[in-house]
Write a protein that binds this ligand. Structure first.
Ligand code: FAD
Length: 198
């Protein structure tokens, strides 16, 4: 299959290859986020895939086990991708068991991206429960980094238990970055579901 090389807005060269062909990516960091939930940061072994936009997902493949759709939870400045995975079945469990240096297959991105630029000048409410915060993480960072920021951001995050609350460092960073970012005074232990707070 012929490939085409574009220079993306980030300055990173992306090799567009067959979207059906997984590209090998190496695990460079592994963070245990909570019970059965692990974040993996991966980099391409060879050509980079197109940049992922907030809301998109990729197909993550564990050789010899299977392939599953996983949302992109973070894209670093260097283009490395982060995925946050909960172990529920064979493939997701194998992904969460991957260690630094292991190689996974990756193809994508797929799916429609969210129009985060439309947040400019508006009052934004973002609500997430449990693992649902993973795909929203990229969107929140994109909104906060935007040159045309929203008037305010209210972020409501629910978790089954205090130990299963994801991305604690990001939650603290977001509250610092966005002066109008709000949170309940009793965070992170306010009881009830996120919708009940709203
Ligand atoms: C667009 C998209 C984005 C996704 N993004 C993420 C992500 O960022 N992180 C992530 O961890 N997952 C994500 N998922 C879900 C993930 O793809 C599934 O958890 C995965 O396919 C399960 O495959 P498996 O082979 O591990 O389990 P399977 O063998 O398919 O399932 C094993 C058992 O677990 C149950 N099960 C399957 N999925 C779930 C679930 N999500 N919750 C509870 N029980 C389940 C099944 O009913 C079955 O009983 C996403 C799914 C889609 C469609």
């Amino acid at each position: 299959m012929a490939s085409r090389v574009d220079l993306l807005s980030s300055g990173r060269a992306a090799t567009h290859t067959d979207p059906m062909e997984p590209q090998p990516h190496r695990v460079i960091s592994r963070v245990v986020e909570g019970p059965k939930v692990v974040s993996l940061r991966i980099v391409p072994v060879a050509g980079a895939l197109p940049v992922s936009e907030p809301g998109q997902f990729m197909m993550l493949w564990v050789f010899g086990v299977g392939e599953v759709p996983i949302s992109v939870s973070n894209v670093a400045v260097d283009g490395s991708l982060e995925f946050t995975v909960q172990a529920v079945g064979a493939t997701s469990t194998a992904i969460t068991e991957a260690q630094i240096g292991d190689v996974l297959g990756l193809r994508g991105p797929f799916g429609t991206s969210w129009p985060v630029s439309q947040a400019a000048g508006r009052n934004i409410v973002i609500m997430a429960g449990g693992l649902g915060l993973a795909p929203l993480r990229l969107a929140i960072d994109a909104i906060l980094k935007s040159k045309s920021p929203p008037t305010s951001i209210t972020l409501l995050v629910g978790a089954r238990s205090p130990t299963s609350l994801l991305f604690r460092a990001d939650l603290a960073r977001w509250a610092t970055l966005a002066p109008s970012c709000t949170r309940p005074s009793t965070w992170p232990t306010a009881p009830g579901t996120a919708p009940s707070v709203w």
